[in-house]
Design a protein around this ligand. Structure first.
Ligand SMILES: *Cc1c(COP(=O)(O)O)cnc(C)c1O
Length: 452
């Protein structure tokens, strides 16, 4: 065991009211290894900071979600939400497990094609599909999820011109009892827009309506909202059957299940308060099974689960740059990773573990990133042992959205590795360089020279 760090005795005033009911003990134990690989060696080999993904955890999450849904419902298909984390290594791990792809833009669509996903297994969502995007997805027989009437009309026109009958779904938004309601995407259920869109599709005869889609929100903490959504989609499907004597092939309940991250302001850590995936599964499958479909006519259930599949499979490792005392005496620690690669720190209090053993003394600390801007706060208040420059930490629940939403602002983006199921480490994205940043930049000739 490493020698414990000596901590000089200090006298400090105790503020009442800062303790939680478990005392002022640090939240977390040291975490020296991830999937059996030492944090120190990872940072030594790939530099600091560093994103680390656990392949084992991704597969475990996927298999658990699949099992939980398939034991409750006979026809289930997952489609990986590319925007949640579109590293090819992550996408392909999901594809190897049997997941299709769910994309919301042209480049995501092309990524899925390049990864080898068959066109008819790419669900195309999003409000911004160009004519060329629509043509490509019609050629590839991809289900197109229509967001608004203009898209419906353009698609009808393009389908006529191509003399093909594209497979489509409409995106439906609805009141599920969760506010604010996500009503900017798709057609509203309560005011009749969704039914109107269905009738328009059927009247044109140019599109093959195969599915109904909804995505009611993200990090949804109320499984019963999904029950409401599944009931409303089922109701539409049954009305459709009644009116047109055709079956809807699939109901797509979108994504939005919460991961175990801790929302800012919540009383308990996410690990203790967030619903388990089976609770969402129970709400959804019960609603569809009880909606009144004949057993042979049950629609497929598609799920586009993103964050709940990948968040806890991702870690960010980093190092301490320095400590300082703020003017009010609070301890501040400056880390080498900031909000430019931790976009989700605006919503979540990420669990952060020191990567080396520590003593008993802890102190409330504010964790800053390295950026030269005041909002670069990684944690506003965290109880940590004193960390010295060079000490390392592990940030948990970093797999969802942080990588796809990261940006090179002041700091370039770090390397990303994946630890495979045999504990072998693979570089899946190299750290950026100035060259990466300047790629595509064009400096006009007349600006190349100056004299100062
Ligand atoms: C973002 C998104 C998802 C994934 O959402 P999560 O909250 O990450 O599960 C699924 N479907 C659509 C249409 C999306 O936009």
């Amino acid at each position: 065991m490493d020698k414990k760090q000596y901590e000089r005795p200090i006298i400090k005033s105790l503020n009442t009211g800062l303790m939680n009911k478990f005392g002022t003990r640090t939240e977390y134990a040291a975490l020296t290894h991830i999937e059996g690989v030492s944090v120190k060696s990872l940072l030594k080999d790939y530099g600091s900071p560093l994103f680390v993904l656990s392949e084992r955890k991704i597969r475990e999450n996927y298999r658990n979600a699949k099992r939980v849904f398939e034991t409750r419902y006979p026809k289930v298909q997952f489609a990986w939400s590319y925007k949640t984390n579109y590293l090819n290594a992550v996408c392909n791990t999901f594809h190897q497990e049997g997941s299709w792809a769910e994309v919301v833009s042209r480049f995501e669509y092309e990524k899925a094609i390049n990864n080898g996903v068959p066109g008819d297994k790419i669900l195309f969502n999003g409000p911004d599909k160009t004519d060329s995007d629509l043509r490509l997805s019609i050629e590839n027989n991809s289900p197109i999820h229509i967001d608004h009437l203009d898209e419906l009309y353009r698609l009808t026109e393009i389908a006529t011109e191509m003399d093909k009958k594209p497979r489509v779904a409409i995106r439906v938004n609805m009141d599920t009892g969760i506010y604010p309601m996500w009503d900017r995407f798709g057609f509203n259920y309560e005011n009749g827009q969704a039914w109107d869109a269905i009738n328009k599709i059927m009247a044109s005869g140019k599109l093959n309506l195969v599915g109904l889609h909804c995505h009611i929100g993200t990090f949804m903490l109320t499984p019963s909202a999904y029950g409401v959504a599944a009931s409303k989609l089922s109701e539409l499907a049954l009305s459709f059957k009644n009116q047109y004597d055709q079956d809807i092939t699939y109901l797509d309940l979108g994504g939005g299940f919460a991961s175990k991250n801790t929302l800012k302001g919540s009383l308990l850590p996410g690990a203790d308060s967030v619903p388990e995936i089976y609770e969402y599964a129970e709400a959804i499958t019960t609603a569809i099974l009880n909606a009144g479909f004949a057993p042979d006519d049950l629609p497929y259930l598609y799920l586009e689960t993103g964050r709940a599949m990948v968040d806890d499979a991702g870690f960010l490792l980093g190092s301490v740059i320095s400590n300082k005392r703020l003017s009010d005496g609070r301890r501040a620690t400056i880390m080498d990773f900031g909000v430019n690669i931790m976009f989700t720190s605006f919503w979540f209090d990420h669990k952060i573990s020191p990567a080396q053993e520590f003593g008993h003394h802890t102190e409330d600390t504010i964790l800053y990133g390295p950026l030269c801007m005041n909002i670069d706060v990684v944690r506003e208040n965290i109880t940590l042992p004193p960390l010295k420059p060079g000490d390392q930490v592990v940030v948990h629940h970093m797999g969802a959205y942080n990588i796809s939403q990261s940006m090179q602002f002041i700091s370039l983006r770090p390397a990303i590795v994946m630890i495979d199921t045999d504990k072998k480490v693979h570089l899946i994205k190299a750290a950026e360089t100035l060259e990466t940043l300047e790629k595509g930049e064009v400096l006009p000739e007349y600006l190349k020279e100056f004299n100062i």
